[in-house]
Ligand binder design. Structure first.
Ligand code: MG
Length: 463
């Protein structure tokens, strides 16, 4: 964790290596700051994913919250979207989730959720940071500290019911689908198999036993970490496969041909489908600049506008909500927000919606993906300081002047047969380069050209 003075929160909550950056002492102080933020008497729902040290951090946070007079409800192990749904629909004043999402196993983290179920705003994070760094504590008298934490029950069951209410459960059940689920050895295992049972799905599970050592695979669902799940889809002749991340707010879809698809591809299919089913929603989708231009190509014929946002799910959620809603918001990493359900990423909801689409269209999952444009993609990075990265972005804007560009987070260039995004990483001293083109030669040539421009900003040259 890079803890700059006065700054705790990164793109998505506070993250760090357990017992190194993220210690019990740190969590106690953070718990007090979050408690001061919500205020005495506030009702706050807390939970955690399976990660090592989860109880250390949660215990310390709860202690901090209690000492500020917060009424704590503890759900224990829970997927992040289930906690978020409960906060919103059961009128809690807020939530705290102990999770490091998709990060490597040695990480843990803390996510703070507002009363609407969405992660708190940057402004609210700054308030919590101020309490943290100034050590402002309220020193409540003893009478204010008599309320014990309570166990919260029924959260996961209520969440599964809410997802079922969004889909045509009967028509899915009639199809008797066979689905492979890879739970990443974490809390997705507590909700997704239960949801699938309610949908009469024949579920084949992999990595669905809880284990903080993550013996099956890394917590991040990607084509290279879902190799086993994809093989299983083929071997079992399943209709679909899905891979969650460590807190199950992401879902990466595997089609019946064993192909693993990034979230901008599945997100495009789902948003187009949702636009035919929820016709009153504003005909817009929100997606981060790291998504492919195929999102625009695919959704334009449906009359759906694509709003590009800086990378980060909180930005997408908060903007969608403040700008009057949308059909959906999604990210290439597998996050999908189904607006009629909740304005946050939800892996199990995404899976249910995908099954709803397959049942409604009566086609195999591989056929659905074959409708999308094919691109060759490159993702790479170059070591660079923040200043070097910003210099590179400026030079690239000049270099590609004349092209259509989005410059809200780095620079994204739209060519005739290619697109390329260059942005300083929010978490590492690198410049991220990603792009796609109609041929492999073209995207490789474009990336070489981009690297040539970047090299003019690097004091040490291209490493
Ligand atoms: Mg996650």
């Amino acid at each position: 964790m890079v803890m700059l003075l006065g700054k705790l929160f990164g793109t998505d909550g506070v993250r760090g290596v357990i017992n190194v950056d993220l210690t019990a002492e740190f969590a106690l102080r953070l718990g007090r700051a979050i408690g001061a933020f919500f205020g005495k008497g506030a009702r706050v729902l807390v939970g955690r994913d399976v990660r090592a040290g989860g109880d250390v951090i949660l215990g310390a946070l709860v202690s901090g919250l209690l000492s500020e007079g917060v009424k704590v409800y503890n759900v224990g192990l829970v997927p992040t979207p289930a906690l978020q749904y409960a906060v919103k629909s059961w009128s809690y004043d807020g939530g705290v989730m102990v999770t490091a999402s998709h990060n490597p196993p040695e990480y843990n983290g803390v996510k703070v959720v507002g009363g609407d179920g969405i992660e708190v705003t940057r402004e609210d994070e700054a308030v919590i940071e101020e309490y943290f760094f100034k050590g402002t504590v309220s020193r409540l008298e003893w009478r204010a500290l008599v309320e014990p934490p309570e166990a919260a029950s029924g959260v996961i069951e209520g969440y599964v019911d809410a997802i079922l209410a969004q889909v045509d459960a009967e028509s899915i059940a009639r199809r008797n689908f066979k689905v492979v689920v890879d739970c990443a050895n974490s809390v997705g295992a507590l909700a997704t198999p239960l949801l699938l049972r309610r949908l009469n799905v024949r579920t084949i599970s992999i990595n669905c036993h809880l284990d903080p050592l993550f013996p099956g695979r890394e917590p991040e669902p990607r084509p290279d970490t879902l190799v086993d799940a994809a093989s299983l889809v083929l071997a079992a002749r399943a209709d679909l496969g899905v891979g969650h991340d460590g807190d199950a707010d992401r879902a990466i879809i595997i089609d019946d041909m064993g192909r693993v698809h990034w979230g901008d591809r599945s997100g495009s299919l789902l948003a187009a489908y949702a636009s035919t089913k929820w016709r009153d929603l504003p005909r817009r989708v929100y997606t981060g600049v790291s998504s492919s231009v195929l999102v625009e190509e695919y959704l334009k014929p449906y009359g759906i506008e694509v709003v590009w946002t800086p990378v980060g799910s909180v930005t997408i959620a908060r903007r969608m909500k403040s700008e009057g809603g949308a059909i959906a918001g999604f990210e290439e990493n597998g996050g999908y927000m189904h607006v009629p359900h909740q304005y946050v990423r939800d892996g199990a909801m995404k899976l249910a919606l995908f099954l709803d689409m397959m049942a409604s269209y009566g086609v195999r999952s591989g056929e659905l993906f074959s409708k999308l444009p094919e691109y060759y993609s490159v993702k790479t990075k170059v070591k660079a300081s923040r200043d070097e990265a910003l210099c590179a972005v400026e030079l690239l804007k000049e270099h590609f002047s004349g092209y259509r560009m989005v410059t809200i987070d780095g620079v994204k260039v739209f060519g005739d047969n290619f697109w390329v995004l260059v942005r300083p990483s929010g978490t590492e001293p690198v410049i991220r380069i990603m792009g796609e083109a109609v041929t492999r030669e073209l995207i490789e040539r474009v990336v070489e050209e981009v690297k040539g421009v970047i090299s003019r900003c690097l004091r040490g040259g291209l490493g």
